[in-house]
Every structure is written in C-alpha cells, then in structure tokens.
Design a protein around this ligand. Sequence first.
Ligand code: NDP
Ligand code: 8X3
Length: 255
Amino acid sequence: MKSYSHLTAFITGATSGIGRAIAELFAEAQMRLILTGRRQDRLDLMKKELSEKTQIYTLNFDVSQKQAVKAAIATLPDSWKNINILVNNAGNAHGLAPFQDGSLDDWEAMIDINIKGILYVTKEILPFMKLQTHKHILNIGSIAGIEVYPNGNVYCASKRAVAALSEALRIDLLKEGIRVSEIKPGLVETEFSLVRFKGDEARAAQVYQNYSPLQAEDIAEIAFFILTRPAHVNIADLLVLPTDQAKSTIINKKI
Ligand code: NDP
Ligand code: 8X3
C-alpha cells in the first residue's frame, strides 16, 4: 500500500466500529493518527497495536463537553498540530421510541454528541488545519439523515443536522481550500445497536440477523478512497447501503 506518512488524521470515536476500522486502515497506510474516544483501555490497546505501523497519539475526551474538547485538544504537542484530516465519526443513537414516549436524557445525549460534538471538535481543529496544504473534513452522517423512520425521530433529526452542517462547512470553508465530505451509511454491524438498546445484546444482535449488513471495514475503505483523491476532487456526499437494504426500513431479511 502507498505510504501516506506525510498526512496526520484526527479521528473521533476511534475506539469502536467505523472509527476503529478507519484507524486500522489508515494505520496500514502509515498516516499519523490522533485517536480519540472515552474508553481509555481501548485507546491504550489501539495505541499499542497500531504503533507497530505508524505514529499514534491518543486523546480521551467526551465530544459533547465543550470545555473537555477544548482542554484535550489544547494539550496536543506542536508535533501533532499539523492536522490534515478530521474524521467526525463519534456518535450514537440512544433509544428507539415514539416521540411521545421518548426520554429527554436520550434526546439530549444525541443532540449533544451527534451535533454539538461535531461543532466543538471542528471549531478547535480548524485553526490547525487551515495552515496545511492537504485539508479535508469527513463527517459520518447516516441514511437516517435522509429519511426519517418510525421511532427514529431525534436520532434522525441529529443526522439531518449532520447533513446540513456538512453542506454549510463546504460553503463556508470553500475559500480556505478545505474539502468537506459526508458518508451516509445504512446498516453497519458495530456496537451502534448495543448502545441504542442500552446494552441489550439479544435485541442488538437481531438488528443484524438474516441478511448481510455492512461491516465497519466497508465504510473505512470508502473513507480512505474519499480522503486520498487528487487535490481537485471532492466526493461531497455518499449514501452507502448493504445490498440487502433499499430504504431505512426495507431490508431483504431471509426469514
Ligand atoms: P459504535 O458504537 O461502534 O462506535 C461509536 C464510537 O463513538 C465509539 O468509538 C465511541 O467511543 C464514540 N463515542 C460515542 N459517544 C461519544 C462521546 N460522547 N464522546 C466521545 N466519543 C464518543 O458505533 P458506529 O461505529 O456504528 O458509529 C460511528 C458513527 O457512525 C456514528 O456517528 C453513527 O451515528 C454513524 N452511523 C452508524 C451506522 C450503523 O448502522 N452502525 C449507520 C450510519 C451511521 P467511546 O465510547 O470510547 O467514547
Ligand atoms: C444508523 C443506521 O438505520 O439505524 O444511522 O439509523 S439506522
């Protein structure tokens, strides 16, 4: 694989699922990686494993906590401030309930993590990124940002906001030469449903049964392709579905 050791990527939510797969693939390409998340044990393990392939720096913070984001990113040593790529991936669904039965805590978590998290992290990284030649922001949105599905209400709204922000950033950063892209995956088998269903493993497993969902590695390959196009090419917006999925709730389950 070609070496991209001249590029530094900052990845949120690198401790699991899509973010982890992106980190693993980018490490193969020798990109310097700043990996972030809240689970320190996983960050430590990833640092240990991926340091055999590339330089790794880890930061532990909650993307929804404005001061924590600011404070963590402020600790980056000068040698890690040359950030070329930001992958805004951290996020989750919390609950799946009709609006009238929804939990305010779940709603706030999704708005704070999925929307405000992107704002806080991007705001802190931009001053570093602006100084680079290769500069690119990749947001992980969702099919949920295109079509609302039953009981998805606030999660779908949060991902619609990611789509709007991706578009807004592309407009406002145009003159800065910063590319902004969004991948909108359909169903990907990760810890996503385990979080949505608050640790209910059986219910989470059902989401991915009797068809072939996307794997995190599928999204990582697409992310890598998007982020390594020639300077004049920006793949702005991409819906990626498993072959067995046609719409959010239309899935070819073999049962
Ligand atoms: P996972 O649950 O496997 O991974 C989520 C990642 O986000 C973890 O690394 C987690 O790390 C991090 N994270 C969650 N909350 C916070 C927080 N408050 N602060 C910092 N980091 C946080 O899910 P996925 O990999 O599936 O999700 C990644 C992204 O992909 C999300 O934005 C999700 O909405 C989106 N997506 C997922 C789809 C799917 O079907 N799986 C489909 C479409 C989009 P830690 O817990 O260590 O903080
Ligand atoms: C995650 C996919 O369909 O559960 O964004 O919303 S879905």
